[in-house]
Design a protein around this ligand. Structure first.
Ligand SMILES: Cc1cc2nc3c(=O)[nH]c(=O)nc-3n(C[C@H](O)[C@H](O)[C@H](O)COP(=O)(O)OP(=O)(O)OC[C@H]3O[C@@H](n4cnc5c(N)ncnc54)[C@H](O)[C@@H]3O)c2cc1C
Length: 149
């Protein structure tokens, strides 16, 4: 079976890796001449599995209204009557309710734990060396539950 992966950032390359392991014949296509030249090029390099939280969370709708007026807001939405935007906004609102947030958060944590396990296995199996600083569980609230494999 053949698979085509569009984009060779960290997500595309890892998808290609696991697809190939699953028996696919994989082709990766990118608009750049080399891999990881865009967002994956120079991020903060932090691996923080416990810090996964959905954007759709209680309190976000109120903040989002304030952000509309800020120049450097963390979430930028240009209001319009575009049906796709309206659909997205209504789904976002529903998911900002506490019960939905809890469900989504626990799903994200499941994926985060799985991806942590994948990185550990990949690193150990292939002896991948990279500059990594590990730290024990941090007690401060902002980084609580952050773990480095
Ligand atoms: C300032 C900053 C700091 C960050 N810090 C962290 C951090 O500390 N820890 C962390 O885990 N994450 C961090 N992130 C997020 C992380 O970098 C991204 O989530 C991740 O790099 C996204 O990877 P990607 O493969 O999805 O996207 P990209 O790396 O952007 O890859 C997408 C690829 O698709 C290609 N492409 C796009 N359109 C086309 C097209 N039409 N045809 C062909 N190819 C195309 C691009 O050329 C690119 O190579 C940070 C992000 C930013 C911006």
């Amino acid at each position: 079976m053949k698979a085509l992966v569009l984009g060779s950032g960290v997500v595309g390359l890892m998808s290609a890796w696991y697809l190939q392991k699953a028996g696919y014949q994989v082709t990766v296509v990118d608009r750049q001449s080399r891999s990881a030249e865009e967002t994956s090029f120079a991020n903060a390099g932090q691996i923080s599995y416990g810090y996964s939280s959905p954007w759709a969370a209680p309190g976000i709708p109120q903040k989002a209204i304030r952000w509309l007026l800020e120049e450097h807001a963390p979430l930028k939405v240009k209001p319009s009557l575009d049906p796709a935007l309206m659909k997205w906004a209504s789904q976002m609102l529903v998911n900002c309710q506490l019960d939905r947030y809890k469900v989504n958060k626990s799903r994200m944590l499941g994926i985060a734990n799985h991806s942590r396990q994948c990185l550990i296995e990949l690193r150990d199996k292939h002896n991948i060396e990279y500059q990594v600083a590990r730290k024990a569980r941090c007690r401060c609230s902002a980084t609580r539950n952050n773990w480095m494999p």
